[in-house]
Design a protein around this ligand. Structure first.
Ligand SMILES: [Zn+2]
Length: 272
């Protein structure tokens, strides 16, 4: 009888332990979710400090399972989200040169060079598309400064051949090809999908990308109605990795990266 009682006691106390554990899990999840709501602010805060360039902990599937497991463990312990998240929002455009502090590991994958941090997200997107009978391939990924320089001078030459003056050729080339260091392709986080074709716009692959790219952290970077802001003509083939939560928010709010980065900055100012 005593033993029986003891057994009940043990069962009861282990039940209590489970309840406590569940409660703690719920509490840490709540803290994490609350922290997530402030992620904008945090991202904006860290965007000033540039990324370390190491393969960072990506919450949204951009890392190997082992790394992810340790990441969620860290989150479970209530640690603040990694400050290394800012690399996803690195803004490189007509007046923002590649930050000197931006470092990355470029790897050769999918027949192109890309930032190692987008290998997994792209692979997952590619495979999901394949399941839907959509073939995706990367026609251009990372470009070195030298390669961008060559593209730029080739473009100038091409315009000169049409009879434009040097100045006009340079200014026109500047509209279609970014200057070295000012192309998003210099980051390794931008990919051109299925060639560089205006007609991609009408393809099933494009439709698929419009619906699903955000689920893998990619956004259509140069949209038709944002040309005034991006200063880049509409490019249906050019996608940029920004991370899942940013991608979804950008689409939901219909903001291009310039606007989104700005929005985050203002948000930070407002919350300070
Ligand atoms: Zn591109």
């Amino acid at each position: 009888m005593y033993q029986e009682k003891n057994k009940v006691k043990t069962v009861l106390s282990s039940f209590a332990m489970v309840v406590i554990e569940l409660f703690l899990m719920a509490a840490t999840t709540a803290v994490f979710v609350m922290g997530f709501n402030h992620l904008d602010t945090k991202l904006a805060k860290v965007s000033a400090q540039k990324s370390s360039g190491e393969i960072s902990v990506v919450k949204d599937g951009g890392v190997a399972p082992a790394v992810q497991a340790s990441a969620s463990k860290a989150e479970g312990l209530g640690e603040k989200p990694s400050q290394s998240d800012d690399w996803k929002l690195t803004l490189v455009n007509f007046d923002n040169k590649m930050p000197d502090s931006f470092t990355h590991t470029i790897v050769h994958q999918f027949n192109v060079d890309i930032d190692s941090r987008i290998v997994t997200p792209y692979q997952q997107m590619h495979d999901a598309a394949a399941k839907d009978k959509i073939r995706l391939w990367i026609s251009s990924g990372y470009r070195s400064d030298e390669k961008q320089e060559k593209l730029f001078t080739d473009e100038i030459q091409a315009f000169k051949k049409t009879g434009l003056s040097d100045d006009d050729a340079v200014s026109k080339a500047g509209k279609s090809v970014a200057r070295p260091g000012y192309s998003e392709h210099n980051t390794g986080l931008a990919i051109d999908i299925n060639g560089v074709l205006e007609s991609f716009d009408g393809s099933d692959a494009f439709k698929w990308m419009q619906q699903h790219a955000q689920d893998y952290g990619f956004v259509l970077r140069y949209q038709k109605d944002k040309q005034e802001i991006t200063k880049i003509k509409y490019e249906p083939w050019h996608f940029r990795y920004v991370g899942i939560e940013n991608a979804k928010k950008m689409n939901e709010m219909h903001l291009c990266l310039e606007e989104y980065v700005d929005y985050l900055k203002k948000n930070r100012t407002a919350s300070n």
